[in-house]
Design a protein around this ligand. Sequence first.
Ligand SMILES: [Zn+2]
Length: 583
Amino acid sequence: MQFYRSCMNMEQIESQGAQPLKDVLNQIGGWSITDVEETKDFNETLQILMGRYNTFPFFRVHVGPIPSDPKTNIIQIDHPEFELPPESEFKEKNYLEVLRVYLSYLRKLGVLLGGTQDGPPDSFSPTLAFISNLQQVVTPLKKRQESGMLFFRTTIRELQENAPAIDWLSCLQAVFHPMPMNLSQPIAVHDMDYLRGMSQLIEKWHKGRVLHIYMIVCLVGNLSPALDSRFQDVRLDLYKILYGKMGSRMIPAERWRKCLTDTSSFFEPVLGKMIVQEIFPQQTKKLAEQMFSEIQDALYDRLDELEWMDEQTRQSAKISVSKLQVEIGYPAHTLQTAKVNLEYQNLEINEDTFFLNVVACLKILRENSYLKLLQHHPQNKWHVYPWSVHSYYSIRHHMVVFPAGMFRSPFFHIEFPSAVNFGAIGVFMAHEILHSFYGYVLPEGCPTCNRSALQKSIDCLVEQYESYSFNVSGTFTLLENTADTGGLTIAYQAYKNWQKKHKEEKDLPKIGLSHDQLFYLSFAHAMCGHQEPEKLQFSLNTDPHSPLPLRVCGPVSNSQDFSKLFHCSSGSPMNPDNKCRIW
Ligand SMILES: [Zn+2]
């Protein structure tokens, strides 16, 4: 709360201006415009940036599991995330224009930090040239995948030989302090060619202040979101030009949104516990788990009915579902208060000093990465916050996740008629389980199945979705469409089975719908949303889900039960003669 309040205290933030950042810059040798200008050792400055401010100008360090052995964590080194987008992203736009815009952004930052309009005497142009050089040595992802160099296991010693400009042992010691490190420490690198090229560039540019200015620019980029509104405006201008209208959404307009995002990312473990206690009581968890097992049973029955699937595949599909790891509500560690307290025990937050709070939190993030390295079992496999409204299937962990945030109105309520709960959350549950079957739908995915029957069903769905006037690619969205259509069928069956086992629920007064109809209404309601036309156009090429109206019309028009319940005449748009289904 204190952190959030310090973030909302704009008056205080405005009155402090750029001074808190200037103080930080001066500690690492300063800049010609910040009153201090000392020459500091390159590697020493880099260590301070990484260890104290979680800023990684030349390469990124993080801790993550080994792909072939997900239970073991390892230090991983990758190229940095550049604030300036690489040239390859701007094929159509004039890249020189992008450089010009970025340069003017750097100059504006210089002015805000006390420089003149012409920029500091150690001009930004060479810095920009250096960034561009660095970006050019990044190996494209595809090339790394093809050469099998995406995850290369090595040691600090070998890395030191390959990229000698960096003092790797000291840098990694700074990041993982107090964990002891030695040259034999195993690590994994994602792009060794980049690290070699980067090292050569550092040696080449070592004279002069370019490397120092580049490090300062990275630090300013990382910390300036914690400064006053002038800094936010400059960033917003940059993003608007670089990314068009999408850019203005990258910086939230309302202050409270930014503060909420910052608070969430720094205090996830603490907030997770508070929110779970508030919105996700044990009865909710229990009911959700019962619903999930009903969905699972309906899916087993459905597998028995599939004509295109052979007996052996059917059995292995059932085993695969039974082995699925199901996470409902929150990750197990959320309620382990002692661990959370340990992570935050040294943190001091003051309501008047937002900038210093952010700096203190960055240090905590750094320390937590050290704790993560010590834990052999990855503590948190979740990609989402417990309070988010987003379920997913993880191929890597063969796991489905339904965070607590989903178990709220209009998706779910303990007092809602079960038709409403199954129509919304039930469909999402079935949808995610079906994603674990993605392999069968791929070409050559099931050689023992009746491939021609399966192909017929696939073609049917592809044609159906391409026939709508949304210009979607039926092939690109196929996996989501099969999960939408199959999810609805399975959840409805699960609901009917549930109904038989539980006491009868009375019809709701005044709405004139039976419970069975309510199931479909709840489904449509859960999928309902607003998509701006411009965003929709963009998502057609990037989002494997169909546009929202199709996520409703597609599945219901494939449902015989829906047509019967809502008396759709045969051959009408919602009741076509040709119905498609895979699951
Ligand atoms: Zn999906």
